[in-house]
Every structure is written in C-alpha cells, then in structure tokens.
Ligand binder design. Structure first.
Ligand code: SF4
Length: 338
C-alpha cells in the first residue's frame, strides 16, 4: 500500500530540513507499511509510545532494509514490547541529572564545562535514550529565561566550554540558535562550544549554507559531536553534510551507544568508524547503555564491551578505536571501561 506520505520516502524527499522535520513518521503502522512488515510478527508497545512517542525522520526510514525485523536501524526506533519489562535496578533518571540542574536548562556536572539543554525535542526518538524521561518542558527556557543560565556561565570563569545538548540543539530554528550561540560567544572566558547532535546523521539536509555561516562566524572553537551507531546510517547525503562541516574547520567526533543486536560486533563497529573517518570524523566514546527504565533489551555486558574493544585494537589504528565508557551518577567524569 502506498500513501502520498510514503512516496516521499522513496524518491522525493524535500531538500528543506524544516519540511522534513514537520513530516516525521509518528505512527508505527505507517512505518511498518513502508517497511513491508507485519505488525503481528512483532507488536509494538502502546504503553511505550505513550511515554516516549515513536519518531522517525523519513531520510532515516529510507535507509532501513525492507522486510527485515532485525535491521539495525529499525531496532533503534521500534517501540518493542520489551520496553514494558519492569526492573527495580533501572530508573527514569539513572544519572541523577536533576541533582546537577543548577539553573533552568543548565547542568553543571563536570569541572570546566556546563551543558545546556538547548532544544526540547529531537528529530528521532532513539528507544535506548537515557533522557527519554527527562522533563524538557521545565528545562528548555527559551530566550527570555536563558538569562539565569547565561549569567551563571558569565560569573564562573572556570567554565571554558559549553555543551549544547537536548533534545537535539540542531532541531532548533536558525534564528534562535544564532542568538544563543552569539550570547555564549560574547562570554570572554568561554573557549569552546560543543554541539551534541544526531541531526547531520538522521536529517543531513539540516547542514545548510545558513547553519554553516552561523557556526563559522563564532569566535569560539566549534566541536561537533555527532551520534551514529551503525554504518547503514551513513549514506552519500550524510557524507556530504559531514564533509561540509569538516571543510569549515570544525572538529568532528562521533559517539555511539553499544546496543545489543544493533552494533555489538566488531565488524559493525569497524565499518562504522572507517566510514566516519573517510569524512574526517574521529571516534570519541562508545557508551555502554545507561540503566534507564524500558531499555534493558539493549544491554551489553562490560565483558562483551571489553572484548569488542580488544578486537578493534587488533584491527584498527589507535585513532579509530573509541573509548568504552559508562556514565555513573555522582562521578566527576565518565568511567573508562576499556
Ligand atoms: S537524538 Fe539523542 S537525545 Fe534525542 S532521542 Fe536520540 S539519543 Fe536521545
């Protein structure tokens, strides 16, 4: 069955990222129709999508193999019934971020750097996300209420780096982003603005001439940390977006999450890191999944993670091997596992 919306995925995706963002797939049945899959084989969890809705951008959906329930991209977005499993060892805030929520929109966990939740939404909902229960409404102030967070940064000269996170900061409109970046850029002791984003991977059309101009005009060094977990997420359009950002002189890093069934094998991680490096993106962290309620089916053990890193070290130059880490609440930095 082909609906007008589905035909967009096949051949005629708009080039404007705003149009793509306004037309996300949010209905599991629509996604299954497009992927030629039968819901009876793997029913979705209504409870899970009530708490954390299904969101899949069409350019990402177009990279999922049809008829394959085990596709590594599909597994990242499918609201599996396993999300309903209860586990007393899991939490909705495993990193206890609310304890570090110094001002609305600002988290100060680590010395020398703060994180701003710059946008309340993402272009995709990754089912393993550690912020799937985060209260974005209370933590994305908007221009008027950013004053407190900006004052906090301006008054603490030990802060050298601001990390824009979210949600996804690049899901915000250019005007708002430019305003916030310029405000930060005017704080003299800041040296680096780091942007954590999955947009260049899932909607590469987001890397526009306008966005590139905004980033290029900043005094601060710009570090862009993309988030890609599997080689199949990278097509030629993604390559162009990454290459454009690298041409502009920004530092490009990738962080992945080690996910059962998605990328928990050496061949997959090697292919991903080689492909990213071809576009001047270096691997940064490989995260063990956090103990978030509803995500236990993605868990990979520490031992398996260490074994994979050993295999990567045997087959790749050191600069293509990410650091395997876990975030632990209360720690001053990520815990290095391998
Ligand atoms: S893009 Fe990042 S913040 Fe958004 S759902 Fe995925 S992992 Fe979470």
């Amino acid at each position: 069955m082909t609906t007008p919306a589905l035909s967009l995925i096949k051949s005629d995706l708009p080039e404007k990222w705003q149009e793509i963002l306004a037309d996300l797939i949010t209905d599991p049945k629509e996604l299954l129709d497009f992927l030629e899959l039968d819901e009876a084989d793997n029913p979705f969890s209504c409870k899970a999508i009530t708490q954390f809705p299904l969101i899949v951008p069409r350019p990402f959906a177009a990279r999922i193999e049809k008829g394959n329930w085990n596709d590594p991209l599909l597994l990242q977005v499918w609201p599996d019934l396993a999300e309903e499993a209860s586990d007393p060892l899991r939490s909705t805030d495993p990193l206890q971020e609310l304890n570090f929520n110094n001002e609305p929109g600002l988290l100060h966990k680590y010395r020398g750097r703060v994180l701003l939740t710059a946008a309340p939404h993402c272009a995709i909902h990754c089912r393993y996300c550690f912020r799937r229960h985060f209260d974005y409404d209370a933590n994305t102030p908007g221009r008027a209420r950013w004053t407190e967070a900006l004052d906090y940064i301006a008054q603490d000269r030990t802060i050298e780096e601001v990390i824009l996170s979210g949600g996804d900061p690049l899901a915000a409109a250019d005007g708002y982003l430019q305003w916030l970046l310029n405000e930060l850029d005017s704080i003299f002791h800041l040296r680096t603005v780091r942007i954590h984003t999955r947009l260049p991977i899932v909607i590469p059309q987001r890397v526009t001439t306008e966005l590139r101009a905004i980033l290029k005009n900043l005094r601060c060094q710009v570090v862009i940390v993309v988030h890609s977990n599997h080689r199949n997420e990278l097509d030629n359009r993604v390559f162009k977006a990454l290459s454009d950002l690298a041409d502009d002189g920004h530092v490009l890093l990738n962080q992945s999450v080690l996910l059962k069934g998605v990328n928990d094998n050496a061949a997959s991680l090697i292919a991903l890191n080689k492909a990213l490096f071809s576009q001047r993106v270096l691997p940064y962290y490989l995260h063990l999944p956090d103990a978030v309620t509803g995500t236990g089916h993605f868990d990979v053990s520490d031992a398996k993670g260490r074994q994979l890193i050993d295999e990567l070290r045997n087959q790749l130059p050191g600069y293509l091997v990410p650091t395997l880490v876990r975030e632990e609440s209360g720690k001053q930095s990520k815990t290095r596992i391998a």
